[in-house]
Design a protein around this ligand. Sequence first.
Ligand SMILES: Nc1ncnc2c1ncn2[C@@H]1O[C@H](COP(=O)(O)OP(=O)(O)O)[C@@H](O)[C@H]1O
Ligand SMILES: [Mg+2]
Length: 309
Amino acid sequence: MSKIWILTRNLDEKQAEDICNKGLKNCLLENYTPTSIRMGFKELGIDVKTVKLSDVSNFKDMPTMAIDCYPPWSKIETEKLFWLEKQGVMVLNKPKYHSRYHNKWYQAKQLIKSNVTMPYTLEISFPPSIEKINDIEKLIGYPVVVKPTTSGFGIMVFKCHTEDEVFDACLKIFNTKPQLGFTPSSSLIVQKWIDHRFIGIIRIFVIGYKAIMAQQRRPTCETDFFVSNKGLHSIRNSFEITKELSSLCELACRNLNLDFGVIDILHDGDKFLVCEVNPMGNFKSINDDNPTINCGLEIAKYSLFKMKV
Ligand SMILES: Nc1ncnc2c1ncn2[C@@H]1O[C@H](COP(=O)(O)OP(=O)(O)O)[C@@H](O)[C@H]1O
Ligand SMILES: [Mg+2]
């Protein structure tokens, strides 16, 4: 019986083993994280089982630990993670924090409370109240960035220069939401726009509160709003993790109680600010620029350490 499960959304054990045998080089983006973790455990001589999250309740024997490779996108996925925990399984990231901090507003509130440097952030619902519109002007000042509380891939992230543009952005987000399969939420966040065209975004993978590899993403051309997720529009290279960056990452992940996280960091010309923390998240792109780091192995080692303590 396998003591450790790797939780996926589409891969079962047989497919995972096939992909693992072919190697990481040929692996599709969406399979990269579970494959590299599986290979990491293999290197340590430990057999793991790859299980689709939707199938967890079909098994009789429960593992000691389950590592989730993706953020929980839906209520059903979140429920399955909590169900596993109720069976006595140690789930990483812990479902309570994994699901709570997938929400950008819950995350921002906790980070602000913990003195993590980040752009001024407000929550708004739709239609925004007059007080909230006034707050945007008074507390943040235009331009601002409007985004859904639960999203990803840079989808539905808008730079807005006026109240009308904020309104339009809210409308677009609410009209598109069902098609994207976001967890229904009645809120959005409005954030101070940080001009980060020069240093770009620094994306850092963190394991056990320790920053282990970083990637810089800068725009390829002159742009009014750089959305770093769009590969075509960004130059990517590895980036040195300075003391300032590692302390920022540690503080953020410690306060969100996340064992694994991918942090997007902005630079305003003066200091680094946390843009968002993705619980777990795909690290292929960062790893491509840091090929000497065996991320799967690092995750495997950390998970075994957690299992013993
Ligand atoms: N406050 C901000 N100021 C400037 N650019 C931002 C801000 N927030 C987001 N962006 C840009 O949009 C991208 C996507 O935003 P992010 O908050 O990371 O959402 P997602 O979950 O879609 O990745 C970021 O990588 C960054 O390039
Ligand atoms: Mg992001």
